[in-house]
Structures are given as C-alpha cells and as structure tokens.
Design a protein around this ligand. Structure first.
Ligand code: A3P
Length: 286
C-alpha cells in the first residue's frame, strides 16, 4: 500500500495520489467564492476543516455528524476529488483543502479571488506528529528511527516535501492572494479571537452564541469522539488505529518530549538559516 508518486521532485503517497490527480490539482479552476485551506501535513488541517464547516453550518449539526471531513472539504490533489466535489452542498461556498506547495498550486489560485487560509504549526510539533502518523498510516512507510526522521525532515526529503519551502512559498504569495495566515498555536491559545479573525476574513461574522457552538464542536475532546473527523471510518488496512490515534495528543510543544538536545540544536540552526530573515513573528519558541 505504501507506493510513492513523485511529482515535481516531491514524494506523495501513491495510495491517494496519481500523476493525473496531482496535475489536475495544479490546473484546478477556482471560483472566486471558494475557500481554500492550505497546510503542510500535521499542522491542524482536520481541526481547521472542522472549524470552517462549523462556521458555515449555521447551527445545523447534520453535516458535522454525518459527513466526513474529507468530503466536507476535499483535498484537491487526491484521486477522489471529482466524486467529492459532486457531493458538496451547492448552496455553500466550496471548502477545499490542499497540502501542495505554492510552486505547484500557486498559479491556479492566483487566477482567482478565492480566499486562502494558510495554517502553520511549530515545525518541531509537525515533525513529531508526522512521525507518529507514519506509524499509523499504512500508506506511508514506517519510519526507521526518530533520528532519521528528523534528518529527512530537515533536508526536506520527506513526504510532501520541505516544511520550510512550503511555509515560505505560500507566505511569498500572500501579497497577491486573498490570504489569511493563521497558526495552530493561535487557535490553541486564543480560540475565540482566532475564530473571530477567521469568520471576519470569510465575511461570515458570528454571534457570540454561534461562536460558543463552533468552539464546543471543534474541541479536541469532541473531535476525538467524532467518527466524522477522527478517521475511525477508515479501514484498518489504511490506518492501523491499534498503533495510535489520528487525534493523538492535540497539544503544543510535545516536541520537548521527543527531541534530544543535539537534535534540537541541529534543528534550530537550520530553522534560523532558512526562516531567520522572514521578518515575521511566529507564535512559537524554538
Ligand atoms: P498531534 O499528532 O500532535 O496530536 P492534520 O489534521 O493536519 O493531519 O493534523 C493533525 C494534528 O492536529 C494532530 O496533532 C491532531 O491531534 C491535531 N488536532 C486535530 N484536531 C485538534 C483539536 N481540536 N485540537 C487540538 N489539536 C488537534
């Protein structure tokens, strides 16, 4: 099952991606009212998919209880896209998701006025979450060791490419796109303020009681129990939940329990070299 599809020099899991599906994503015809969520894997994609669905569900929980996240906000680059698009509610703006980098997907998005939400997370936590996900997901190879995984991540050779290039590439397009940059950490630490920022950006402001409703149904505890977002609907051959949970911990700075001082030092040096000149305040300490 862990076949690989190499596209623009980046490895994707062959189980859910084909050359055709990846190419189709890059020439996707966006509509101006589309909402595109872009993330590097393990940055809180599912969490944001839930928040966005809740913002637009106007208090009706039916989709939250009956439609899985991958159908509510389908991935552009996956081979099931056409089927998924066909099942979206035509009365709502399309919620779309992608892990593609700016080089691949940017040109297609730039041709529209679609709203883009770019969600980033402390890369050390992304790495740890991704490491555990590799053990759980049978469409990704088992990691050799944490040590090797860190090196691969830092070299940008892992699945979905380089975290550094992903974030920098999309940030580089920000001035030309209708884009909101948001972080996992903000949503974690200031959920209400972040929700307000999101709903304002989407032109869909919420009343205070609607905010309560969204926050309740996007909490880690609610989502962990919901088969529509916790990936328990996926067969065991695809995600072996006896080896871990998709909603694993949902905390900040779990990396501190995984990184050795040497790994941390190596990570910081590369982070500084690649991100140091960004001139952007990111809400994490390295
Ligand atoms: P951990 O593995 O650190 O727990 P993605 O959806 O991009 O694959 O990201 C998955 C990560 O987001 C997992 O991180 C998961 O637990 C976390 N996550 C999902 N929903 C969350 C929520 N409601 N609150 C906090 N973290 C959440």
């Amino acid at each position: 099952m862990d076949t690989v599809e190499v596209f623009n020099g980046i490895r994707f899991p062959g189980f859910i991606h084909t050359q055709e599906s990846l190419r189709a994503a890059c020439s996707f015809l966006f509509q101006d009212k589309d909402i595109l969520l872009v993330t590097f894997p393990k940055s809180g994609t599912t969490w944001m998919q839930q928040v966005l669905s809740l913002i637009f569900c106007q208090g009706h929980l039916w989709p939250i209880h009956h439609i899985p996240n991958w159908q509510r906000a389908p991935w552009l680059e996956q081979s099931n896209l056409v089927k998924m698009l066909g099942s979206l509610d035509p009365g709502q703006p399309r919620l779309l998701t992608s892990h593609l980098n700016a080089e691949a997907l940017g040109p297609a998005v730039l041709r529209s006025k679609a709203r883009v939400i770019y969600m980033a997370r402390n890369p050390k936590d992304v790495l740890v979450s991704f490491y555990h996900f590799h053990k759980l997901a049978n469409f990704l190879p088992d990691p050799n060791s944490f040590e090797d995984f860190v090196d691969e991540f830092l070299e940008g050779k892992g699945f979905f490419g380089s975290w550094f290039e992903h974030v920098k590439g999309w940030l580089g397009l920000k001035p030309d796109l209708n884009m909101l940059f948001v972080t996992y950490e903000e949503l974690h630490q200031e959920p209400r303020t972040t929700l307000q920022k999101l709903s304002d950006f989407l032109g869909h402001p919420l009343k205070s009681e609607e905010e309560d409703f969204v926050l309740e149904h996007c909490s880690f505890s609610f989502m962990s129990q919901s088969s529509m977002v916790n990936y328990s609907l996926v067969p065991k051959e695809v995600m072996d939940t006896s080896r871990g949970r998709f909603l694993r911990k949902g905390v900040m700075e779990d990396w501190k329990k995984h990184f050795s001082p040497e790994q941390n030092e190596k990570f910081n040096a590369i982070y500084q070299a690649k991100m140091g000149d960004l001139g952007l305040h990111l809400p994490w300490t390295m």
